[in-house]
Design a protein around this ligand. Structure first.
Ligand code: SF4
Ligand code: SF4
Length: 132
């Protein structure tokens, strides 16, 4: 399932645009994470279905003024630089980072929403966003 990051400008935050998009397009989405403040809102969703469902809902959201960006790049770990300190583990909002039985860090890009928090938190700069 493809993931998208939705950014709402201040003037449309209070409108139920995502609900309307689901009802009017008939496309189901999973809300992975939502952060809503008084002046901005960011929601990360995955779209249930294929290309046609993705295009339908993305187009609807964009027409309503929502900025929609697909999340494609993976987070890459440099095994030589990682010291398994665990700093990235606690900070990951989706639990995409786990520790294996030997307390080594394991990253699951399927669960990752590319928020970049782990990249910032890593003291050895072992993590980076894959270039497109
Ligand atoms: S970018 Fe890092 S912190 Fe953010 S979801 Fe992905 S693995 Fe977790
Ligand atoms: S923060 Fe960096 S060094 Fe520490 S476990 Fe994560 S990737 Fe490895």
């Amino acid at each position: 399932m493809k993931k998208y990051i939705l950014r709402y400008p201040e003037n449309i935050i209070s409108k139920p645009i995502l609900s309307e998009a689901i009802v009017k397009t008939g496309v189901m989405v999973n809300i992975i994470i939502a952060s809503v403040e008084h002046s901005k809102a960011v929601i990360i969703i995955s779209v249930v279905g294929g290309k046609s469902e993705e295009e339908k809902i993305v187009s609807f959201l964009r027409k309503k003024g929502v900025s929609v960006e697909s999340i494609e790049a993976n987070i890459i770990k440099d095994e030589w630089k990682c010291i398994d300190c665990g700093a990235c583990y606690g900070i990951c909002p989706t639990k995409a980072i786990t520790l294996d039985s030997e307390k080594a860090m394991v990253l699951d890009n399927n669960e990752c929403i590319r928020c970049g928090s782990c990249i910032t938190a890593c003291p050895t700069r072992a993590l980076k966003m894959q270039e497109a």
